[in-house]
Design a binder for this molecule. Structure first.
Ligand code: C2E
Ligand code: MG
Ligand code: MG
Ligand code: MG
Length: 284
């Protein structure tokens, strides 16, 4: 096709494809090295109730490349999924988050219903060794599985329903909670959602951020909150950036919140300090 459009297009087209491939390859190599050289670390973002009391934290991966500097996860998670690198990296994330959780448990820093949320990509969830890996990490770190929550994506709710439900049931039987991340952005079938052992829906930040100005986003948010309530699932809003949005969410019946208004994702040390206070400073 490129060729039939003339020589120029051909010459113009090829190098850019090549460049893209080279960039991917370089990035893939860099990600391998990152794992070996401990360039990844986790930040933790608090989740709060209407009193600004901490009810949980979400573990978020960070990558400090020696030359490129900080690389945000949205720029490399996709490639780790394509290359399969998400399997060892995801295992590292879970191990690290559980090690931190075990430490906070030992230091008695976890409030009563505290949960550590860990993002799990569909590739990881579908991996044949996922359940073994999960129980290994729990046994090794000694965490209370009731304090662990997995954030899954809606893409899991559209394929291999039966296999997914069996797997979800096994995870729930271990005591671990399941949350659907970025809810509303995918295409999950409501029929299956009802049959799935899901504890919580997490309203995607794209709806939350424009809540005050966009009538559609408000309607979607209201619908998700109503649906969660009917299905007896908990609800949390992500991307809450100011008091006005929180107030509106409270009026719509949302009970749990996460966003820059409360705290940005912070280092383990800084998060320990927040947990010592239990309540985030803004609320007092
Ligand atoms: P996510 O799981 O939906 O995480 C929430 C993202 O929203 C985080 O971005 C967080 O920093 C950001 N955020 C939180 N509050 C606010 C706010 O008030 N305003 C705005 N504008 N943003 C807010 P981050 O850390 O860059 O992560 C991006 C995505 O990368 C995550 O979205 C998740 O899909 C993926 N990710 C991050 N860590 C992991 C991981 O360990 N494993 C996997 N599989 N994916 C991860
Ligand atoms: Mg998440
Ligand atoms: Mg999200
Ligand atoms: Mg996301």
């Amino acid at each position: 096709r490129a060729k039939s459009n003339g020589k120029n297009t051909f010459h113009f087209y090829r190098p850019s494809m090549q460049l893209l491939a080279d960039q991917h390859l370089a990035m893939e190599r860099a990600l391998h090295t990152a794992l070996e050289h401990n360039e990844f670390y986790l930040h933790y973002q608090p989740q709060v109730d209407h009193n600004f009391s901490i009810i949980g934290t979400e573990a978020l991966i960070r990558w400090q490349h020696p030359e490129q500097g900080f690389v945000p996860p949205d720029q490399f998670i996709g490639l780790t999924e394509e290359t399969g690198l998400i399997i060892p990296i995801g295992c590292w994330v879970l191990q690290q988050a559980c090690t931190q959780l075990a430490q906070w448990q030992e230091q008695k820093l976890c409030p009563p219903h505290f949960r550590m949320a860990v993002n799990i990509s569909a590739k990881q969830f579908d991996h044949p060794q996922f359940l073994n890996m999960l129980s290994d990490v729990i046994n090794r770190t000694g965490v209370d599985p009731n304090k662990l929550e997995l954030e899954l994506t809606e893409s899991l709710l559209v394929k291999n329903m039966d296999a997914t439900i069996i797997r979800m049931d096994a995870i729930r039987a271990m005591g671990i909670a399941l949350s659907i991340d970025d809810f509303g952005t995918g295409y999950s079938s409501l029929k299956y959602l009802k049959q799935m052992p899901i504890n919580q829906l997490k309203i995607d930040k794209s709806f939350v951020m424009d809540l005050l100005t966009d009538a559609n986003d408000r309607a979607i948010t209201e619908t998700i909150i109503a649906m969660a309530s009917h299905l007896q699932m908990d609800i949390i809003a992500e991307g809450v950036e100011d008091a006005a949005i929180m107030d509106l969410l409270v009026r719509l019946g949302c009970k749990h919140f996460q966003g820059y208004y409360f705290s940005r994702p912070v280092s383990a040390e800084n998060c320990s300090q927040l947990l010592q206070v239990q309540k985030l400073p803004l609320g007092s």
